[in-house]
Design a protein around this ligand. Structure first.
Ligand code: ANZ
Ligand code: ZN
Length: 863
């Protein structure tokens, strides 16, 4: 067994695992379960390096937990609806269903050589009616519960493609594909009332202890809870007032203008009679609807000529502007501006010559000077302080002044204290073909009629064309024409389909029993397997997917489907895979395969030896041509080398730089371990031979035995905490120590076998194939995929040296490392030899040396 053939070995063990059905998950209430899930892939047709990294980590966790005795669920499926399938249909004339199914088949084959320990019997594909029929039922239940509703909403409308665009698809006010100037339109849309759970979703973040802090912060900010007040300003010469939302009612005496959103009803009303305002509104619409775009655009306003009356003082009025930075979707769509204490208002005031009135100043500041400096500078004062120039609020802290201002507003009947969330309801309508049909029918007499449950699923028609822009479902000659289920008159099917975030909001629960036909979930299975114990995926899903899933689980709970609120108990977000970029002499990007890096690090073009400029590692992208093909890597080096490189390179939450050198390093190490097993440094006793008691071992054997136990303890803890790279480093240290063992050492053979077997078992979750082979070479009949994790003996993990502090006259002067429980004289001699100790004892009389065993050496000197 000296030669190690990657291809044959990996294929062989994959076959063995499949034949023995090692990874099939079966509910067993007598056993503790562990559910590991990586975010399921979109079937683009090719796996990429991000997949390789993500699924390697998940597989490591699954194998580790299985060995630790857990009943592990580790499934795989496909997030199969979405736009790329429609684009393929448009560009290549292939039907989205065919394209998607073929891609799934191709990717399933590409995943197989990775040796993932997946229960393939649970595979799901979200574009199949047997999956989405349950989603349609959920929607109808949500509708009944008031969690789904239809409303008019502002959307980005692409007039060329005839479709709504997501904010991310609007670039510089234009459709990302059509290049057409995007219009803002009000359209009837289906929405989910995620805001009903805003407080709960926020509060519960505090209990997600095994989620990364950064993700918890992002969700907290996304939900965005603000305490403040709604208050009404009268408008001179009009009956209706203007309601604004503010988080700083304490700054009311610093107000110098009010501003409306360009989409505020009052704005639209005024624009009817004011062409200049109409033009301004159109200009604002070109920024798009995304908050980020609005935040970064230059602040601009339009003076409506109207005057708002201050709530605290009827003789005081301020101008009302329309301003491009006021969002219609937040608060009331209108604000009062206080330039001295808000940066946007400050910039706005400078631009339009509005007063800057200081109403908060640092405690004990000279208010006149402070105000003058503030108005002359270019920054608002947003810090803490006390109210000034503010009538009845003067002298109060910001917190107290807010409270007092709200009380006053309420007593005047001009508003009240409120809590405002940034979170918006979730619009789920898309004017697309390749999505789950929304199961409702529009009837002229009956209005919205849910499709009766016995008529589910509403399936997509297959005969669609993508020739014309717009939604093929809408254009289809017959599909949408149905009779109203209630009155029987001709009616129309809803032709919008669901946002594809819907399918990924409950797939993790479906994996618990994907074969269940009549029900979405088998309640016993769901109760057993959920929550997901370890979810793994990219941080780009930190907000939407994870928040929607948390909402969806709550909604499912309230509709009686499941019994829990939080779907993911543990979350890990892995970093990206990067690669250097290469530029040829003509300034064009070169692929890694086209470049040769010499011994001295200089890069040349393979084809002609022309010099190549090497740029820093960047996220792999087609445009810079720095992608690496996982299939080729698996083909050349095998899964184990790729997996080992992935987990040993960097902490798994950081980015990793892919390189041939790194991959080859992993490959060499695997071969080293293989040779060590095939040709151990000493003869091994037979399998199962006991390791002699510590007292019977010579020092080098005992040292290796202890190191082995410490490695078990360290690696176990590392894997539990996602410190994969340090786990690998520990195992490397262990395998590096094994060859030092000499045959004549008492106990060498038994300890060597123990160390080798341990290394192989600890490496198994990372490199499952070669370790199975090594296990067999070591003489075992069983296989590691079905074996237990090694146990560390705590007695052999204790350090046999201790660190003692050395003091001179009570002051710490150094530390010494000595054998545990060593004689006092030895500790004393070692302490006196420390250089810094000598510096403080030389030329002085040593009165006394006190040694507290294993703790401290105290030297008392005089003179
Ligand atoms: C007056 C004021 C004075 C404000 C001051 C701030 C500082 P957060 O913390 O995000 O909740 N605002 C309210 N509605 C808005 C909208 N639809 N679009 C843009 N801005 C809006 O922010 C709340 C603050 O943002 C509110 O408090 C309001 O400005 C502004 F010294 O009111 B403030
Ligand atoms: Zn009807």
């Amino acid at each position: 067994p000296e030669r190690y053939s990657v291809k044959e070995t990996e294929a062989h063990w994959q076959k063995v695992w499949a034949e023995r059905d090692c990874f099939r998950a079966v509910e067993d209430p007598s056993r503790e379960k562990y559910y590991v899930l990586e975010m399921f892939p979109y079937p683009s047709g090719r796996i990429h390096m991000g997949h390789l990294r993500n699924y390697t980590m998940g597989d490591l966790v699954a194998r580790f937990r299985r060995a630790r005795g857990f009943n592990v669920l580790h499934p795989m499926g496909w997030d199969a609806f979405g736009l790329p399938a429609e684009n393929a249909a448009i560009q290549r004339g292939v039907h989205p269903a065919k394209w998607t199914r073929e891609n799934i088949a191709a990717m399933r084959e590409q995943f197989k050589p990775m040796g993932l320990s997946i229960d393939w019997t649970r595979e799901i594909s979200t574009c199949e009616p047997k999956y989405y029929r349950h989603e349609q039922k959920m929607f109808l239940d949500f509708y009944k519960a008031g969690l789904a509703y239809r409303t008019e909403a502002w959307v980005n409308w692409d007039p060329v493609e005839h479709t709504v665009l997501a904010n991310e698809q609007v670039i510089d006010g234009k459709g990302w594909r059509s290049g057409a100037v995007v219009e803002r339109r009000k359209l009837a849309q289906w929405s989910f009332r995620i805001t009903r759970y805003a407080d709960d979703l926020l509060q519960a973040i505090g209990d997600l202890e095994r989620w990364p802090d950064k993700v918890r912060t992002m969700q907290t900010n996304w939900i965005g809870r603000s305490e403040g007040a709604r208050l009404r300003w009268d408008i001179e010469g009009r009956d209706a007032g203007l309601e604004v939302f503010t988080t700083r009612p304490d700054t009311l005496y610093g107000a110098s203008f009010c501003a409306l959103s360009p989409n505020h009803p009052l704005t639209l009303e005024l624009a009817e009679r004011d062409p200049a305002l109409k033009a301004f509104v159109a200009e604002c619409a070109r920024i798009g609807t995304s908050e980020e775009a609005i935040e970064t655009a230059e602040k601009k306003g339009y003076d409506t000529g109207l005057k708002a009356v201050h709530p605290f003082d009827p003789s005081w009025t301020v101008p009302i502007y329309v301003a491009n930075f006021v969002l219609m979707e937040y608060g009331t769509g209108a604000i009062f501006g206080c330039p001295a204490h808000d940066q946007r208002d400050f910039d706005f005031a400078k631009k339009y010559g509005l007063p800057i009135l200081t109403v908060v100043a640092p405690k004990d500041a000279d208010v006149a000077r402070f105000s003058a400096d503030l108005a002359a500078g270019d920054e608002a004062f947003v810090g803490d302080g006390v109210a000034v120039n503010s009538g009845f609020l003067d002298g109060l802290s910001v917190t107290d002044a807010k409270r007092a201002a709200i009380e006053k507003v309420e007593s005047l009947g001009r508003g009240e204290g409120t809590v405002q969330f940034r979170l918006r309801d979730w619009g789920v309508s898309r004017q697309r073909y390749w999505g789950c049909p929304i199961p409702v029918i529009h009837c002229e007499s009956c209005g919205i009629v849910p499709v009766p449950e016995d008529q589910l699923p509403v399936t997509l028609p297959e005969d669609v064309d993508f020739e014309a822009p717009g939604n093929p479902l809408d254009r289809h000659p017959t599909w949408k024409h149905v009779d109203c289920p209630t009155c029987g008159k001709p009616a129309r099917r809803e032709t919008d389909t669901f946002d594809t975030f819907m399918e990924s909001s409950w797939y993790f629960a479906r994996f618990c029993a994907p074969w269940s036909e009549s029900e979405a979930f088998d309640r016993a299975a769901v109760d057993y397997w959920l929550p997901v114990d370890q979810y793994i995926g990219g941080v780009e899903h930190a907000v939407l997917h994870l928040l929607y899933s948390r909402f969806f689980t709550r909604a499912l709970r309230d509709c009686g489907y499941v019994g829990l609120a939080e779907p993911f108990a543990g979350l890990f977000t892995q970093g990206m895979v990067l690669h250097e970029v290469y530029k040829g002499p003509e300034g064009d990007w070169l692929e890694p395969g086209e470049v040769e890096i010499g011994q001295d690090g200089t890069a040349r073009r393979l084809s002609d030896g022309a010099p190549v400029t090497v740029g820093r590692a960047e996220k792999m992208s087609k445009s810079k041509r720095n992608t690496v093909d996982p299939e080729r890597i698996l083909e050349t080096y095998g899964a184990d080398a790729a997996r080992l490189f992935i987990v040993s390179d960097n902490p798994p939450d950081g980015d990793m730089e892919w390189s041939d050198a790194g991959l080859e390093g992993a490959w060499r190490y695997i071969n080293r371990v293989w040779r060590l097993v095939a040709r151990p440094p000493v003869d091994l006793p037979p399998v199962g031979a006991p390791v002699p008691a510590a007292a019977a071992l010579d020092r080098p054997a005992l040292d290796l035995l202890k190191r082995t136990h410490k490695t078990i303890a360290g690696v176990t803890e590392d894997l539990e905490r996602f410190r994969f790279n340090t786990a690998v480093a520990r195992i490397r240290e262990l395998t590096n120590a094994i060859p030092d063992l000499k045959a004549e050492t008492e106990g060498a053979g038994a300890v060597c076998r123990f160390a080798l077997e341990t290394a192989v078992r600890l490496l198994n979750p990372m490199v499952p194939h070669v370790t199975e082979a090594a296990w067999a070479v070591l003489g075992h009949d069983g296989i590691l995929a079905e074996s237990d994790w090694p146990e560390a003996d705590p007695a052999l993990c204790v350090d046999d040296t201790v660190t003692l502090a050395v003091q001179v006259n009570g002051k710490l002067r150094g530390n010494i490392e000595v054998p545990k429980d060593c004689p006092k004289e030895d500790a004393e001699a070692a302490a006196l030899a420390v250089e810094n100790v000598r510096a403080h004892t030389d030329g002085k009389t040593i009165r006394k040396v006190v040694v507290v065993p294993n703790r401290i050496v105290n030297i008392v000197v005089a003179g």
